[in-house]
Write a protein that binds this ligand. Structure first.
Ligand code: SF4
Length: 493
């Protein structure tokens, strides 16, 4: 478990490294209890409707390094999501007032002949072409199902090219079929960064690493008060920043589903302390997280002032919202750690969570520390969740569950999920900014958004009258877990 082996070009996938699963239904407390006892089993589905690709998850991080180029060693169809990443890249630059840079994304365009004769020469040619066109600070190569099936030695090609060009050329081994858990792609991307870019520290700085998706700035003011500076990684960093993340005083993660491997590797290899408390969502979670950060930075007194100010600032408004939402129900669907964060947020606001469909479950993160388990903290702080399922974005299960539970609000973290609630007339909203709910003020951000969504219920009710569902009445009357194999996630435990 938790192997960080920088001699190997690849990191183990989550199923084997962390024992992570994609199929569960039952009480959240059973999931946590069995996870901590290391007695959790996966339940596979006999029918699956769609999911994401771990190669794409790797690309979504590497493609945001502003002066790197990324080559997808794949048939050109695997590059179909380049425009989405490019949009995020350009919008993020504008949000941060950065100089405008076009994404440097390439495909080696593996074709039928290559799948018979191999595509290493094509890859070497693509690397040279990318270098001549855009002169990047580093080149990452993400692998694909096709390059994995034909067995191309991508790491070997990368090493030869690195010697020839004099810049880091780094293989990221992340074929889509390697893992049923797409977040294995984040681990693959970060392994390639730690192995191929990060250097031993020259000295310690006053910087704090923030492993982040695409949001901006939420940590700036707080870290400044604590006498430190943020380094947001990996999106919108540059190659030089990444080389010296080993010099930071601590690593924060916006979401352990994203940063588990990277933060653990930085602590294990370079001694950069990782904040192990779950990220700061909800009042109790924010208090706990801030105190751990303050302890690591030697800023306990200032942190106590931040906590006191935070409570005072949001207290009266929070009570108002709690009165308004009391007795209402929420359902949520999201990636693992962020889903646990949303559970804390909506319960903080007085909702009862009548169910959750969470995209996978990591029994413990790479730090192997139960204190990092956000779901366990949710249960200890706010109580159990009876209808908790682990479901890797299987729409047929989710719409069936929503139809049965009919919550007052659906909160969804990924695009393409909120509309399942809307089709049923359930007020639904998408939270695509992971920083939106962070810290004390994040609770009020959520409250405003939820209030707005619930108050516009009539629009959704009209929408539902005209919405066409691809699912028949027959399916909606079935047990939502009809296709979830096995009958338990545990053996006699
Ligand atoms: S890497 Fe595999 S799963 Fe991912 S887009 Fe390409 S073919 Fe599909």
């Amino acid at each position: 478990m938790s192997a960080v082996n920088l001699n190997s070009p690849e990191v183990q996938i989550r199923e084997t490294r962390l024992n992570s699963i994609t199929g569960f239904c039952g009480r959240a407390s059973d999931l946590v209890r069995c996870s901590h006892a290391r007695r959790l089993h996966n339940r596979s589905r006999s029918f699956s409707q769609g999911m994401m690709c771990s190669s794409s998850a790797a690309f979504c991080q590497l493609s945001m390094i502003v002066d790197a180029a990324v080559i997808n060693h794949a048939p050109v169809g695997c590059a179909g999501d380049f425009p989405n990443f490019h949009f995020t890249f350009r919008a993020g630059q504008a949000e941060r007032n950065m100089p405008s840079v076009i994404g440097r994304y390439f495909s080696s365009n593996i074709d039928e002949n290559d799948t018979i004769f191999g595509a290493t020469q094509k890859l070497a040619d693509t690397i040279r072409l990318a270098y001549e066109r855009v002169h990047p600070g580093a080149i990452f190569i993400t692998t694909s199902c096709a390059s994995g099936i034909i067995g191309d030695d991508v790491d070997g090609v990368a090493q030869v090219a690195s010697d020839e060009l004099g810049i880091p050329v780094i293989a990221c081994i992340c074929e889509g079929f390697r893992s049923g858990i797409w977040t294995s792609g984040f681990d693959a991307a970060y392994h390639s960064v730690v192995r191929g870019l990060v250097k031993p520290p020259r000295r310690k700085t006053n910087k704090v690493n923030i492993i982040n998706f695409f949001g901006a700035h939420v940590f700036d003011e707080m870290l400044q008060r604590l006498g430190t500076e943020p380094t947001y990684i990996v999106p919108f960093s540059n190659v030089e920043d990444l080389k010296y993340v080993s010099e930071a005083r601590a690593t924060i993660q916006i979401c352990p589903t994203l940063g588990s491997y990277f933060s653990s590797a930085l602590e294990k290899v370079y001694g950069v302390p990782e904040i192990k408390s779950p990220p700061a969502y909800g009042v109790a979670g924010t208090d706990r997280w801030l105190r751990e950060l303050g302890g690591i930075l030697g800023q306990e007194d200032e942190v106590e002032r931040i906590i006191e100010e935070g409570h005072e600032r949001i207290g009266p408004k929070l009570e108002e919202y709690r009165r308004k939402f009391k007795g209402k129900t929420a359902y949520l669907t999201a990636g693992a750690a962020h889903g646990h964060a949303i559970i804390a947020l909506v319960r903080e606001l007085g909702f009862s969570v009548n169910g959750a469909a969470i995209f996978h479950h990591d029994p413990l993160y790479d730090n192997e520390n139960p204190a990092s388990d956000a779901l366990a903290h949710d249960i200890a702080t706010y109580g159990d969740i009876n209808n908790y399922s682990v479901c890797n974005k299987q729409s047929f299960e989710i719409i069936n569950l929503l139809n049965k539970y009919r919550p007052d609000i659906l909160v969804a973290r990924h695009t393409g999920m909120a509309h399942w609630g809307a089709k049923l007339g359930i007020p639904s909203f998408l939270v695509d900014d992971e920083q939106f709910g962070f810290g004390y003020d994040g609770i009020l951000n959520y409250a405003e958004r939820i209030e707005d969504t619930i108050d516009n219920r009539e629009y959704l009710e009209n929408f539902a009258k005209h919405a066409v569902s691809p699912y028949t009445k027959w399916w909606m009357d079935q047990d939502p877990f009809t296709f979830l194999g096995g009958d338990t996630n545990v053996d006699s435990y």
